[in-house]
Structure formats: structure tokens, C-alpha cells
Design a protein around this ligand. Sequence first.
Ligand code: HEC
Length: 446
Amino acid sequence: MDFNFIPGDIPLPLPTGGFEFLHYVFHGLLVVSWVVHILFINVLLGASLASVYFNKRGARENNPVLDRVAYLLTTPVTISENMGALWGVAPLLLISVLYTPLFYSAALMNSPQWLHIIYGNIVAFLCSYLYKYTWHTLHERKSLHVTIGTISVLLFYTLPPVFMATVQLYITPSTWTQEHTFWNALFRSDTLFRLAHFYLASFAVSGVFMLIYGYFKRKAADETDRAAGAILIRTGKSWFVVPTVLNLFIGPLALFHFPAYGLEAFFNSGYHWGIVLTVILSIYAMTQLAKEFMKDDISAAKVWTVTAIMAIAIISMATIRHGMRISLVTPVMAASVSKSEAFQNEAKAAYDAAKLIPVATTDGPRGKQLAEQHGCLGCHAEREKLVGPSYADVAQRGYDANKILALVRQPIPSNWPTFAETPMPPMPDVPEADVREIAVWINTLK
Ligand code: HEC
């Protein structure tokens, strides 16, 4: 079996070897690995910002409890950046397998800014390590310390826009005709609303995280840790509630900026019920906190109820998100597959047709066929003069095969003054064995 007719770069469907359920496995892995990744990223964004904020406030108010809150927050930052980056590889790989042509096209259109994911991350990581591990060394030089922390936070916050612009671009190929640069893709209202929705969700998730973290710190042996725990709980409540309320408004704006055909498929598949569920769960979780909103403490029952409810809400949101992607991308991938098939069929038909054309049209001795194949018969005929002398006349000169070979490699036009107008070109590419066979045939024409 030869595959010569298959061009190198066409979007083939995912090869499942006949096991169709593998599609579900891949999609399931994509949703799960993405949720784990994004939860770490949410906490990274929220906790890194909160740490720098409390660090600065602690220094200004000369308050060791605030300083402790800031320091405690560097631990989840370190864990989240490492785990977030690690878990981020899985969804990137899965997307590049499931949506190869769309994803790579978008990444290309967004280059070179797409590479900011690499160098931006490296510098942000290094600054955040420096921030954490110089905590005590730079205790007397707080403004320098806060500056280092601020640089890492700013860098971390530049990464989601790059991702969002690329994600938004690859799932909406209908916009590719107008959007060719990274900046166009970023400053589209659909991208900006999703970005706002994402940052707010990051603060909300960080809020829930601070509730859990503060709950445990309230039980610590150290008195400053316990006081820091109270601040974490209070901060966690407002960080959870305020962004979640805002997202009730930003969410629909993000949703209704998707292309109409995608929205239609989304609603037809019933994914919007996931939104309804998420909204109900979020409101319920907020009412759980409402009564004791101003308190420094939180009961175990409240922490775990809110956490469990929000875990379900997040899984539901991740499923909705994937539903939107499927709604937008499926018809495009289907068109791509059928175009590929049409292209393959066309290429195969052309290849088969080409195989039917025989290479040599002349019959007769092999020397004659080779002369035909190497183009000698364009200038030479057996018995008449053409551009060159007839081979019968050449045969009269009584050359042996070696001589003919030498003359083909290096013709001597002065041997045939009557043909001086268009002399024979040197023909070094004709294989020696072929020339010898042609020579034998020429000499049979005497
Ligand atoms: C572009 C036209 C052209 C092609 C193609 C061509 N020839 Fe010639 N050939 C000539 C001409 C013109 C001469 C007369 C002498 C000269 O110009 O060198 C000639 C002369 C010869 C001679 C006699 C040389 C001598 O000096 O007595 C031989 C043998 C010959 N060709 C063999 C071939 C063979 C074999 C091929 C194919 C591999 C070939 N030619 C292809 C134009 C051509």
C-alpha cells in the first residue's frame, strides 16, 4: 500500500482504531484536567495579589498579623504555580490532538505573543520565588520586597489575556477573516468579557480557598497564625461574594457574545441548564455565608457546605464551557473532515489517472526506447535529418560505444558543420548504461 497521494498536512479525524468511546475519554480528560489546572491558577492569581496587598498594608500599619497573612499566602502561591503549570500541559496536549487545525492556526495567528506564556511564566515564577524566599532577609526593606512581589503579580496577570485571546480565536474560526493579529483577538468584546469573567471567578475561588485556609489557621498553636486565620476568613467571604455577584452580570455578557450558530447549538443541546444550576448553587452558597458575614469565625459545617456546593458549581461550569466549545467547533471540524476526504479522493483519482499513462510510447528495440525516454528523438530520427543528423548517418561514422558516450557527454559540433545552427547540448545526466544501449542501437542502423 502506498500513501503517496496523501498530502502531508490535512486535518484528519482523531484516529481511534475503531474504539469510538475513546472520543469520550479524551473529552472527559480534557474537562477534568482543565478544572484541576484552572483551580490552581485561580488560587495563584488571587493569593499572589492578596499576599502583596497584605504585605504592603502590614508594613504601612506596622501590623505583624497582616504581615503573617501575607506570608501565609505565599505557600499556596508556590504550590499553585507549580501544580497549575504542570496540570496545564494536559489540556494543551488534548486540545492540540482533538482540535489540531483550529488550535495551531490560532496559536500561529497569535504569535509571537503566544510565546509570552513561556518567558512571562519563567520571569513571574522567579520573581515570586524571590518574593517568598527573601521574606525575612528583606524585612527591613519592605518597599523593595513589595516591588518584587508586585512584578510577579503583574506578570502573572498578563498570562490569562494571552491564553484567552488564543482560546477565543481557535473556538471561533468564523472570525478568522477579520482577526489576524493577537491584539485584534484580545481587544474583541467577547474576549474581554470572558477575561473579566475569568478574573472574577479567580477571586471567588480564592475566596473559598481563604475560607478553608483560615478555618485551619484558626486552630493553629501560634497566636499570630490564629489572628491571621480570622483575617483570611473575613477576606475570603468578601472575595467570594462580591466577584460572584458581579459574575451574575458579566457571565451572560460573555455568553451572548458567542457566534449565533454556536449559541443555537448550545441551547439546543440543553447546556444552558448547567448555567441555571451554577447560578442557583452560587446564590445558595452566598446565603450560607450571609448571616455570619461579618464574623471572624466559620463553622466546619459552613466551610465544607460552601466548598462542596462550589465544587459542584465549578464542575458544572467546566462542563458548560466544554459544551460551548463543542457547539462552536463541531460543525467546523466536520467541514474540515469532509473537505479532507474530498481532497484525498481527488488526489487519489489524479494519482491513479497518472499511473495509467505509460512512460515510453515507442515500441521496438530497447536502445530506441531509451533514446525516446531521454529526449534524443526530439532532435534525431532514424533516417531523416532533424535538428541533428539522422542516426543512420551517425552510424556511417563507425563510432564505438565509448566514443558515442564521450560525444554525448561532450559533443563536438565541428564534426557536423551543416548542423552548426543548433548544436547538441552536453547531456551528462543520461546514465552511462543507457547511452551504451542507445549506441548499440544507433550502430544497427548502418
Ligand atoms: C537539442 C537537439 C539534440 C538532442 C536532444 C540530442 N542531439 Fe545528438 N546531435 C544534435 C546535433 C545538432 C548534432 C550535430 C553535432 C553537434 O552539434 O554536436 C548531434 C550529434 C550527435 C551525434 C554525433 C556526434 C559527432 O560528433 O559525430 C551523436 C552520437 C548523438 N548526437 C547522439 C545523441 C544522443 C544519444 C542523444 C540523447 C541522449 C542526443 N544526441 C540528443 C542535436 C541533438
